[in-house]
Design a protein around this ligand. Sequence first.
Ligand SMILES: NC(=O)c1ccc[n+]([C@@H]2O[C@H](COP(=O)([O-])OP(=O)(O)OC[C@H]3O[C@@H](n4cnc5c(N)ncnc54)[C@H](O)[C@@H]3O)[C@@H](O)[C@H]2O)c1
Length: 270
Amino acid sequence: MHDAASLHKAISLEGRTAVVTGAGSGIGQASAATLAAAGAKVFCADLLGDSAEATAAAIRALGGHAEGVTVNVAVRQEVEDLMDRAIGETGRLDICCNVAGKMSEAKVLDIDEADLDSMLQVNLKGALFGCQAAGRFMVDHGGGSIINMASTAVLAPSPDIAVYAMTKAALVQLTKTMSVEVGKRGVRVNAIAPGFVPTKMTSRYYTNPDGTEDEAMKEMVLQPMAKFAPLRRVGTPDDIAHAVLYLASDLSTFVTGQLLAPNGGVAGVS
Ligand SMILES: NC(=O)c1ccc[n+]([C@@H]2O[C@H](COP(=O)([O-])OP(=O)(O)OC[C@H]3O[C@@H](n4cnc5c(N)ncnc54)[C@H](O)[C@@H]3O)[C@@H](O)[C@H]2O)c1
């Protein structure tokens, strides 16, 4: 039975090392900040190095431990260098969150091969490179938790995002297969399928040609989503970061190969 101290210990990441890709914005940024608030030293990685460093600086300003790292997850060597840096500086790697991702839109009949390749490279191969580089260390050093960011798109089909949904569906299968390969070595591998969260990725629905957000359009897009969601709202980056924290911490030591879907209850009804 837990007392307050043992429950606090189970959720604490004190002394642990985490890598979060896509940490320059949105869900990755919130995940990095949450893991740091729980005590982890977080390597905040992003293609946009200034954004990665801004996240790390914000964490440090709050008393946490973080470093920003410029990484293109589409390049295997860069992902390996990222993990090596985290391991080299701290001597450990406990948590790897593969959050970096991008979106493209086209009807199936119009999918462009170059776009398909580019999406596979980032959303699927980028996460695979993270699973491999982190997983190799974790299987040899007593375990760890790998968390892959999938999407509600794998649960409820939407038009125009087949390529995105394909990359995320493959990521879920990668997650499940890896979990049965490395479980005996103490490595847990799970995926998260977030519902709609307003971020840079999703703001394209209400962004003006000059890059500013159209507030009226934003309201028109978000309000019906909230209205039809069982929990009557869209998500926040923190909603997803809380799922990341659960899967990263010892609260989930019996959980692997799972797809956790924080989505306000919408999957399957949209
Ligand atoms: N926002 C949503 O509604 C939603 C829903 C389901 C899943 N997701 C997934 O969550 C993840 C984060 O999305 P978000 O909404 O926070 O988007 P976002 O655009 O705010 O953040 C994505 C981050 O990934 C980085 N990135 C892109 N390509 C990269 C690369 N090659 N190497 C390194 N970094 C790269 C970007 O620079 C950006 O900082 C994505 O994998 C996305 O597919 C988002």
